[in-house]
Design a protein around this ligand. Structure first.
Ligand code: CA
Ligand code: CA
Ligand code: CA
Length: 242
């Protein structure tokens, strides 16, 4: 008998044995074992910090962005860190505003209305003003120089539009929680287009909401015995090979 045949016979015998145990009535001696399983979800918690590690205040910019002139730009450097237990795959930036957050310089409610020359008192929409503001977002390790997105605030306000992924390549283009909470630097620059004309004098978007959206990695098929907690905490952007 070849080795192959012996092996297949052994398997057949084992299968037959199992079927005996499986069916029929119980004998006198019985035993039941039970086991429990915990099924606990991890957490995704993105935090926005100053470069020194302090939590950022409500306003993204510490400067008051007012009295700006065409051609001005202002830049903010901050970092995104993982405060949860699951590794974060991607982080996208979104900026939104509403018509209600806009005050036209030609509107008597405008702070600068009284100082505005009559010829510049021209009404326009929030979108027209937001179209004059260029948003540039950079990611990358140490000093974020890699352009992740460039467009106008008006474009970024559209529902389906976000910047590209901000996670840097140093730890697999992700923001793992293990072995330590990763932190990636981000740079945002707002520029008032130097082509903005007089109708935008005194115009103000009183609230621009910046939102950072963190996403999880794709689901993984685990085999029992694997360290799931560790894997999900330290996961990188590339899918787990199978
Ligand atoms: Ca990523
Ligand atoms: Ca990273
Ligand atoms: Ca105006």
């Amino acid at each position: 008998m070849s080795i192959k045949a012996k092996v297949s016979m052994a398997i057949l015998a084992a299968a037959a044995g199992l079927s005996l145990v499986g069916g029929g009535t119980y004998a006198s001696f019985t035993d039941t074992e039970s086991a429990q399983a915990e099924f606990a979800a991890g957490t995704i918690d993105l935090q926005v910090k100053k470069l020194n590690g302090d939590t950022l205040a409500t306003n993204l910019f510490a400067s008051k962005l007012s009295n700006l002139k065409p051609g001005d730009s202002v830049e903010k450097l901050f970092k995104i860190t993982n405060g949860g237990t699951l590794s974060i795959r991607d982080v996208f930036l979104k900026a939104t505003y509403t018509e209600g957050d806009f005050v036209d310089g030609a509107d008597p409610r405008s702070e600068t209305f009284a100082k505005l020359d009559t010829k510049a008192k021209i009404k326009n929409t929030a979108d027209e003003f937001a179209d004059q503001i260029v948003v540039e977002v950079f990611g990358g390790d140490i000093y974020p120089y890699k352009s992740v997105w460039k467009g106008t605030l008006k474009e970024l306000n559209q529902d389906a539009v976000t910047t590209g992924d901000l996670t840097d390549p140093t730890i697999g283009h992700s923001l793992p929680a293990l072995p330590w909470a990763d932190a990636d630097p981000v740079r945002v620059r707002l520029t008032f287009k130097d082509t903005a004309d007089n109708k935008f004098q005194g115009d103000a978007l009183q609230k621009i909401n910046f939102q950072l959206i963190a996403t999880q990695h794709l689901g993984t098929n685990f085999v029992d015995g694997e360290n799931i907690e560790w894997f999900n905490g330290s996961q990188l952007d590339a899918p787990k090979p199978r």
